[in-house]
Design a protein around this ligand. Structure first.
Ligand SMILES: [Zn+2]
Length: 313
């Protein structure tokens, strides 16, 4: 848990001349973050928010708080109600160590607070835990899962749009993506939904165990999804996931889907009657070998990005 008394914090701000006008910038530091932004009060609020999220999301994903980083992460925040929410985090993975954190985010204060920071900090927690790059669908899907419901609903709408226009990405292709595609929005929308589908069945800790097996065991996807979630093949998982989406993402009891939306299920305004018949994928599923990402002995500079839910960079 984050305890204010344990945080070595300081606040200072300076005035600089930028172009024709004068702007103020402020920095506020906590144990693991150094926040730079234009407003001193926002710097303090968002630095404390980042520290608090780091603790809470660590417990959510891993069941325990990750150790203090050797050096804090610098966060550069551009605030503005006219700025679409977005961000990027970079770090280096080398010999099982992760360091060199740097984050740049933007958006309204509310969206930075409740969506962009949880998203980026989830990337950092998972990177700290796995100490290697994750498959993009899982990394972005998990990060997007922590965003505010209003943002998640936008991704859900993007997924509906893709499925209804036969632009669904087959899971074998989605799971094999190592880098961002030219248009990353479908990756986010599909990744978010499939991660939510799995988490709603067995919870976030179990999902992290599944990811660990994906990264470390030389098994194909059919074997992994059967061992962890009981789907006989990846195609069976894909079909059941699409059916779950078509039914409005209902809650599960145990691992069984129940009818009707649960309290936390996204409320979507989509006519489901025609979705299934039009939601075919643009190619059939072919199970492929699991891509392995062994710990590297040479530094990997890794970057995550958070596009806004309108699909713009
Ligand atoms: Zn991201």
């Amino acid at each position: 848990m984050y305890k204010r008394g344990l945080v070595i914090a300081f606040l200072f701000f300076w005035t600089c001349i930028w172009g024709a006008g004068s702007i103020q910038a402020a920095t506020f530091s906590t144990r693991n973050f150094i926040v730079n932004t234009s407003d001193p009060r926002a710097a303090e609020q968002l630095a404390n928010r980042a520290e608090n999220l780091r603790a809470k999301l660590s417990v959510f994903w891993l069941g325990k708080e990750i150790p203090t980083w050797s050096k804090p992460c610098k966060i550069y925040i551009k605030l503005g109600n006219d700025l679409l929410p977005g961000g990027a985090t970079t770090f280096t993975v080398n010999n099982g160590e992760v360091y060199g954190w740097k984050m740049e985010v933007q958006g309204s204060r509310d969206r930075v607070y409740d969506s962009v920071l949880p998203h980026e900090i989830t990337h950092m927690i998972l990177a700290s835990h796995f100490r290697r790059p994750l498959p993009r669908w899982a990394d972005e899907g998990a990060a997007t899962f922590t965003e505010h419901q209003s943002e998640r609903n936008k991704y859900q709408q993007q997924l509906y749009k893709a499925l209804k226009t036969r632009q669904g990405i087959p899971l074998d292709r989605l799971f094999a993506m190592v880098e961002y595609p030219q248009d990353p929005m479908p990756l986010y929308a599909h990744g978010f939904s499939i991660v939510e589908f799995l988490i709603r069945q067995r919870g976030p800790h179990y999902f992290v165990s599944f990811l660990d097996a994906c990264l470390t065991r030389e098994k194909d996807w059919d074997t992994l999804v059967y061992e962890f979630y009981g789907y006989t093949t990846l195609e069976k998982l894909q079909n059941d996931w699409v059916s779950w989406v078509e039914h409005g993402t209902p809650e599960f009891v145990g691992t069984n889907m129940i009818s009707g939306n649960g309290v936390e299920a996204p409320k979507l305004t989509v006519q489901s009657s025609s979705l299934m018949e039009n939601s075919t994928f643009n190619e059939s599923v072919q199970v492929v070998a699991q891509p392995q990402t062994p710990p590297s002995s040479t530094p990997i500079n890794w970057s995550t990005t958070h596009i806004n839910s309108a699909g713009e960079h």
